[in-house]
Design a protein around this ligand. Structure first.
Ligand SMILES: Nc1ncnc2c1ncn2[C@@H]1O[C@H](COP(=O)(O)OP(=O)(O)OP(=O)(O)O)[C@@H](O)[C@H]1O
Length: 251
């Protein structure tokens, strides 16, 4: 089927009298890496929350493969193929990397009632594949709570990928990481997109990273979309320079 995988169609979101997102339209194409940028408070996280079902739009529609998903519960969307990775990682710190991934796989496959069975060999191949995809094979037996920021984020990717998603939404995937950790996370993101054809929509404060990996960039400012295009077009936009890049330069 052609057309966007995920489409936000003139979505608005108000919190009381405050409009955090105002009539924003964004179409994520199949296999695309789309970066969402904007100054603090521009509405990026709100837009990602609307896309993942964590928030429901005040008006406008959201479609996944052409069908409206506005108002759908996040769990339902995960099962349909939209995975969300959070700014604050949602992992079990006292379990190992392998155990965390196993639980994610079991949950996605409705095997939760088997939690108490000896789970040593269950899903071994799938777990190994997921860990390989996020470059974590060598950390399989480490406790999740002892991992460095970049490793935690990659474990979180593995958990998101356990549902075999076609769309992955990422909220600041390299936040709080060292340069080296960031480089590995970027490599994993690029690889997921290139090898698996996963469509990615991500927010990020690290502008260099956005311009390095995004194929298209949407810029928000005060809840409104002010640019949407190829990185070179966005970089050249006087409006973007004025409200966003100018602000960064003055910071
Ligand atoms: N639950 C909420 N209730 C009230 N206001 C909210 C709520 N969530 C977000 N806002 C407001 O909506 C605006 C957009 O917030 P949002 O977190 O989407 O921005 P952002 O672009 O992700 O910002 P940042 O880059 O700082 O993370 C902000 O002014 C914020 O204070």
């Amino acid at each position: 089927m052609s057309g966007p995988v995920l489409e936000l169609d003139r979505v608005s979101k108000s919190f009381g009298a405050f409009r955090a997102v105002s009539k924003v339209s964004v179409a994520l194409e199949k296999g695309e890496i789309l970066g969402l940028i904007g100054p603090n408070g521009a509405g990026k996280s709100t837009l990602l929350n609307l896309a993942s079902g964590a928030l429901h739009p005040t008006s406008g529609d959201i479609r996944y493969h052409g069908r409206s998903i506005a108002g759908a519960h996040p769990h339902a969307l995960v099962h349909r193929g939209i995975a969300r990775s959070f700014q604050i990682t949602a992992i079990f710190p006292r379990l190992t990397v392998v155990e965390n991934v196993r639980i994610a796989l079991m949950a996605r496959r409705g095997l939760c009632r088997d939690f108490l069975r000896p789970a040593g060999k269950m899903l071994k191949t799938e777990i190994a594949t997921l860990l390989e995809r996020v470059r974590m094979s060598d950390r399989a037996e480490r406790y999740a709570g002892e991992l460095a920021a970049g490793d935690r984020k990659r474990l979180e990717f593995a958990i998101a990928l356990a549902g075999d998603p076609s769309v992955v939404l990422l909220d600041e995937p390299t936040a709080g990481m060292s340069g080296a950790e960031r480089a590995v996370v970027v490599e994993v993101i690029m690889d997921l997109n290139a090898r698996e054809g996963v469509s990615l929509l991500f927010t990020e404060h690290d502008i260099d990273m956005v311009f390095a990996i995004a194929q298209r960039i949407v810029v928000l400012h005060q809840g409104e979309k002010i640019a949407d295009g190829a990185p070179t077009e966005v970089r050249a936009s006087p409006r973007v320079q004025e409200v966003y890049l100018g602000e960064a330069a003055n910071a």
